[in-house]
Each structure stands twice: as C-alpha cells, then as structure tokens.
Design a protein around this ligand. Structure first.
Ligand SMILES: Nc1nc2c(ncn2[C@@H]2O[C@H](COP(=O)(O)OP(=O)(O)OP(=O)(O)O)[C@@H](O)[C@H]2O)c(=O)[nH]1
Ligand SMILES: [Mg+2]
Length: 303
C-alpha cells in the first residue's frame, strides 16, 4: 500500500504528542498530521503535515471551547480535502474534554469521511474527577462516533495508571495508544501470509452496534498471555462477549507455530456470538523473532 494511503492524525495537545510518538515507529508506512492551536504541539515533528488552528494573536489553544475548535477546523476544510486525497484510512488520536480535541476532532473526522476515508478514532475521556471536562467530552464523543467507522474509547484514569506503571509520562506517551496505532498501521500496510486489507476491515465494521479494538504483544512461549494482556487494555467498560464481528490479525516471528496461532485465535473468538463473522489473518515477520502480536477489531456489540 502507498505510504500516503494511511494517515495518523493528532488533534489537540494530548493527541498531537501521542500521534508524534506513534508515528516514530511507522515512518515508512503512514503520514502524520498534527492539528492544534498551540504552537508547542506542532514543533517537534518536522516531517508532519501541520494544520495550525487560529491565526494572529489567537494561538493559545481553544480554551476548553469546543465550538471554537470546531469552527477553526471547519475553516480549514479545503486544506483537509487536499490532505485527504490519497488517504484510505486515518487513525485520529485525541484527548477529549478541552477545546481543540473535543471540537476539532469530530469535525476532522467528518471531513475525512466525506473524502471517503475509513475513520478510526481513539478518544481518551477525562479523569473521573474532572466533572466539567467530562460533560464536554461526552458531547464530543457523541459527535466523534457519528463520523467514525470505529471509535475506541479509552479511560484516561486507566491509561495514565498503566503508563505510570511502565514508567512513562502519560502526557507524552502512553505505551498502549502507540501500540494500538502502530499495530493497526503495520497490520494494514504490510502484505500478510494470509493478507487482510481494508475491505476486510470495512466488512467487519459494517456490523450494527459498537466496535472497539485491542492489541497485544507477548512472547511465543505463552499464547494465552497474549489474550490476557489484550483484555487488560485501558478501555472504557465494554462488554466484548456477544460481539458479532471480529477481525483478527496474528503476527509472529518465523518460529511461530500453527498451534500457537490457533491457540491465540481460539482465545479471542471463544466468547463471541455463535453467528459471529470472523476474519483471520496471519503474518510472519523476522522482526518479531520469539514474539507474537495480535490486533483485534470487535464489532456488533450491543452496549
Ligand atoms: N489532570 C490533567 N489532565 C489533563 C492534563 N492535560 C490534559 N488533560 C486531560 O486531557 C484532556 C485533553 O487535553 P488537551 O489535549 O491538552 O486539550 P486540547 O484538545 O488541546 O484543548 P484546549 O487546549 O482547551 O484547546 C483534558 O480535558 C483533560 O481531561 C494535565 O496536565 N493534567
Ligand atoms: Mg491545548
């Protein structure tokens, strides 16, 4: 796939820093666009497309005013349209609850979708103690979901806790969001042993109901651990049981056996609806020597 067919988009302060980190690990597979009003978010990555919202003296964020973020994003529609021309799939990263992420991310998703791109958004929701931000985020999430093919909702409480456990500063990198983004981009960009493509992803996402994604990596020695670490994801509470669609890409080093592949696939699919449609892909990659990685897209959940 052409590398400009896949795009990672960071929106707002958190979104930009997470997207910048994720992109460092898939430079050859995807382009990056950073969207914010604050200059600081936009400085680090020289190879990124930059969409700076606002102009003149109005460069100080959207001050927790989503309508301002939305309006500024909308005024850039022609630029977004140009940017999206070669793009087949965009992964949007944003922290909701402020002005830019909450206002601009749904608007960017709308514009991207209008251009025919598959839109995957990963949205972090504010800490439980941030009541006002939570209300802003809920409204933004509603809009974002309308314009996303899949919207992965992440709890900032859980995300920050997990990042700290790993010794990471969650405002810059979270570990998990990068892994999900990288896993997804690498999965779709590379030709697999059994190749999955965007049509497969679209088929799974056409199911009615909620959809989410999981990613996990682990040593080959213990395939059941891959499933466990996937469901330890910092997602918002969501019931996976009963999902009616599942796209599963299992990747492993040259030493991965069919038995290990089968064990991981069974762990992921055993809780699904009895009529669930499952699309399975597998790939062997030298860079994964001794390891396995799984990316799962689950759809058609009722809650
Ligand atoms: N406690 C805490 N929460 C934060 C911090 N930074 C971001 N957040 C949370 O993350 C959400 C999104 O933050 P940002 O990405 O910085 O917001 P933004 O989209 O740039 O919005 P504006 O700056 O208002 O235009 C906020 O609503 C908060 O819930 C922080 O330093 N401390
Ligand atoms: Mg900001």
């Amino acid at each position: 796939m052409d590398d400009s067919a896949l795009l990672i988009a960071g929106v707002g302060g958190l979104g930009c820093s997470w997207a910048t980190r994720a992109h460092k690990n898939c430079l050859n597979y995807a382009d990056l666009v950073l969207i914010d009003a604050e200059k600081n978010s936009l400085l680090e990555e020289s190879s990124a497309h930059i969409l700076q919202l606002g102009s003149g003296e109005n460069l100080a964020g959207c001050a927790a005013l989503p309508p301002l973020g939305k309006e500024r994003m909308r005024s850039m529609a022609p630029l977004v349209s140009d940017l999206m021309r070669p793009v087949e799939m965009v992964v949007i990263l944003a922290g909701l609850g402020g002005g830019t992420g909450s206002g601009a991310a749904p608007e960017f998703a709308r514009l991207a979708r209008q251009r025919g791109a598959l839109v995957i958004s990963i949205a972090a929701l504010p800490f439980e103690t941030q009541m006002v931000r939570k209300r802003l985020a809920e409204k933004a999430l509603e809009d974002l979901r309308v314009y996303s093919d899949v919207c992965v909702q992440v709890s900032l409480d859980r995300l920050a806790w997990q990042a700290r456990e790993r010794g990471l500063d969650w405002t810059k990198r979270t570990g998990w969001i990068e892994e999900l983004t990288i896993g997804l981009i690498q999965t779709l960009a590379r030709v697999g042993k059994i190749n999955l493509d965007l049509m497969d992803l679209r088929a799974i996402l056409s199911r009615e109901g909620q959809a989410t994604m999981l990613v996990a990596e682990s040593g080959l020695g213990d395939p059941s651990n891959v499933f466990q670490s996937a469901i330890d994801a910092p997602l918002f509470d969501m019931e996976f049981a009963g999902a009616k669609g599942c796209l599963l890409q299992v990747e492993g080093g040259p030493d991965m056996t069919i038995e290990q592949l089968d064990e991981v696939a069974s762990a992921f699919t055993s809780g699904l609806h009895t009529d669930a449609q499952v699309i399975l892909g597998a790939r062997v990659g030298d860079e994964l020597e001794g390891r396995m990685r799984v990316v799962a897209v689950l759809s058609g959940m009722s809650n």
